[in-house]
Design a protein around this ligand. Structure first.
Ligand code: NAD
Ligand code: USQ
Length: 383
């Protein structure tokens, strides 16, 4: 099957492109490389030194004999997108190509607008190109668990059956996202759902939790295939950050009480979940939603686990509860469903097995590359 991975130079996309290529899919990567540009603008860098995209792809071919097509351009440019798709003719498109940081989207008006235009227009272009030229192509779109927010009821997978004034219907689950970035994902979900209902497109929205770890079978094959690992205050996510903080002796930066609870998954499960979605496509007209996470943790609980594992390695790990720069519920109910992917055969990796191999060991190996000035949070949600 021919699969185009949009955002294939990024953290989830690079690992997924190699995973699919290794399993015999014909893979193309489409990426504007804008993430590398944003890193330069913000003065940040991945912990792990990543090779330029052409070199990475060439190294993959030299090692495995497998070719990956490359299209460099921006999906908000419709003519570019159309040209790339007409050349590659995908049967499935995995769409990771968005601005994905909540703090980035909350820096100021410009970053909020950039995030929503980039994400919403890019996805809308994709829907049009599929409708006009590839109506049978299956869109696998990365959404996020944060679309739901933290409601005081169980979180279902995309839809909820509601009884109201004696009548019953199954409707899209209510959304209460926590940043302009997370809102862009909600807008995307609505647009994709509409395109499925009205044009009969087929799509799967993968509402992914927070991804951790850096190692997959393929990216671990060679130093030049290494994946990115962000630890800065804008693109770094909590657990990945905590491991790097532990490695350099910086107190773990828990925001507020740390009682916030989130769904999480190992990057090795990200790539597997995407393959499960691609190899079991949605029906024409169907808008499926899968909640893509394997375990839920409180942020304070994660910090405690890193402290324990770090101390066992001889690191001296402290936890610091900072004033929360975000506006979010810290004490809340959290019970999210995640059975759709398990039913398709997902066999999860668990954090207790991955913390050392896929995170702390990498953090220690590359700790000389850490810039301590980009660790404390600088972006605030408060007025
Ligand atoms: P990333 O920033 O590492 O990668 C995104 C890639 O998309 C980058 O290479 C970037 O250059 C590219 N891109 C962005 N806008 C583009 C555009 N307009 N045209 C072409 N390419 C563009 O992000 P990631 O962590 O790999 O996340 C990938 C996707 O998964 C995102 O949609 C994100 O919202 C979602 N997601 C990520 C996580 C996580 O923890 N990393 C969790 C849940 C969901
Ligand atoms: N947090 C800390 N300390 C830190 C960083 C974060 O306590 O140093 C807290 C935040 O306040 C928040 C939680 O940890 O309560 C998660 O924050 P995060 O930065 O790890 O993740 P988030 O902003 O939610 O975004 C990340 C990805 C995004 C994806 C999302 C999945 O960047 O692309 O959509 O995870 S989810 O959280 O399910 O929406």
């Amino acid at each position: 099957m021919k699969v185009l991975v949009i955002g294939g130079d990024g953290y989830c996309g690079w690992a997924t492109a190699l995973y699919l290529s290794n399993r015999g899919y014909e893979v193309g990567i489409l990426d504007s490389l804008v993430r590398r540009h944003w890193d330069t603008q913000l003065g940040i860098d991945t912990l792990t030194p990543i090779a330029p995209i052409r070199q990475r792809i060439q190294r993959w071919k030299d090692l495995t004999g497998k070719h990956i097509d490359l299209f460099v351009g921006d999906i908000t440019d419709y003519q570019f997108l159309l040209g790339a798709l007409q050349q590659f003719e995908p049967e499935a498109i995995v769409h990771f190509g968005e601005q994905r940081s909540a703090p980035f989207s909350m820096i100021d008006r410009d970053h909020a607008v950039l995030t929503q235009v980039n994400n919403v227009v890019g996805t809308l272009n994709l829907l049009y190109v599929i409708k006009e030229h590839f109506p049978d192509c299956h869109l696998v779109k990365l959404g996020t668990m944060g679309e739901y927010g933290t409601p005081n009821i169980d979180i279902e997978e995309g839809y909820i059956t509601i009884e109201h004034n004696g009548r019953t219907d199954t409707l899209p689950y209510p959304k209460q996202p926590g940043s302009f970035y997370h809102l862009s994902k909600v807008h995307d979900s609505h647009n994709i759902h509409f395109a499925c209902r009205v044009w009969g497109l087929r799509a799967t929205d993968l509402n992914q939790g927070i991804v951790y770890g850096v190692l997959t079978e393929e990216t671990g094959m060679d130093e030049m295939l290494v994946n990115r690992l962000d630890y800065d205050d804008v693109f770094g996510t909590a657990l990945n950050r905590f491991c790097i903080q532990a490695a350099i002796g910086h107190p773990l930066t828990v925001y507020g009480s740390g009682s916030q609870t989130r769904g999480m998954l190992d990057i090795r499960d990200t790539v597997r979940c995407v393959e499960l979605a691609v190899s079991n496509p949605a029906e024409p007209g169907q808008f499926r939603v899968f909640n893509q996470f394997t375990e839920s943790f409180s942020i304070q609980g994660l910090a405690m686990q890193v402290k324990q594992a770090g101390n066992a390695l001889g690191l001296n790990v402290e936890i610091q509860n900072l004033a929360n720069p975000r506006v979010e519920l810290e004490e809340h109910y959290y019970n999210a469903k995640n059975t759709n992917l398990l039913d398709l055969g997902l066999q999860p990796h668990f954090l207790s097995d991955s913390l050392l191999d896929s995170l702390l060991n990498f953090a220690v190996k590359y700790k000389q590359r850490v810039d301590r000035d980009v660790i404390m949070p600088k972006v605030s949600w408060h007025r």
